[in-house]
Design a protein around this ligand. Sequence first.
Ligand code: 2OP
Length: 250
Amino acid sequence: MIEAIVFDAYGTLYDVQSVEQVVEKKFPGRGAFITAIWRMKQLEYSWLRGMMGSYADFRTITKDALAYTLGIMGLKADDAELESLVDGQNRLTPYPEAAAALTSLSRHRLAILSNGSGEMLRALVDHSGLGRFLEAVMSVEEARTFKPHPSAYALVQRCLGLTPDRVLFVSSNGFDVSGAKSFGFTVARIVRVSPDALRRELAEPATVGVGGMFRALRSQQEMIGEAPDFSLNSLTELGPLAEGGFSVGA
Ligand code: 2OP
């Protein structure tokens, strides 16, 4: 039986592209491009550091990824400016349906497990007000590696005292869906970009911009096995799924 619902943060409860406004203000006309490359590099650095066994917290990784992005574009930012842009990640906007969806799930234990550092996640959750729904906000910091490493997902059992079969893990990130499923959780994937919409967007490759490239690489289910148990179009569909007892195939 599912007792707890554990959410990924970035891209699942919070819209990572919402930092674009902050970036656009600093670099007019380049916000969308910088934000997309920044997010891609941020995750790459977490995976690289995970594989290299050289952990650095997510704030450091996020800052390094931004420095990389600005560097390749020949844009200058001093340390204080980099820090201030990174702070923008602590004020991301939750998806519009997030609060209502969490309200509808109040009979379950609710938590976040994120690659974000503890300090970033506390700021994010406090700023957005979603903290009132959550029993725990877990950072991979304690495991000193990143999702999709199994020891990151193992923090859920340590923190909530629940074996994986009692947890529904919710993510929109393909890598996270595969990692969580491989770990042993029941997994719901939130489909933020449908395969049809993406196919339409990619029909004319010559006109695809960085946003399309981002969606092509990061919005779809990965093809490395480990398919999710449920694919939902928004967080709102979790309520009815819970009402139905999370029956697989629902
Ligand atoms: C997370 O919140 C990075 O989206 C990923 O853990």
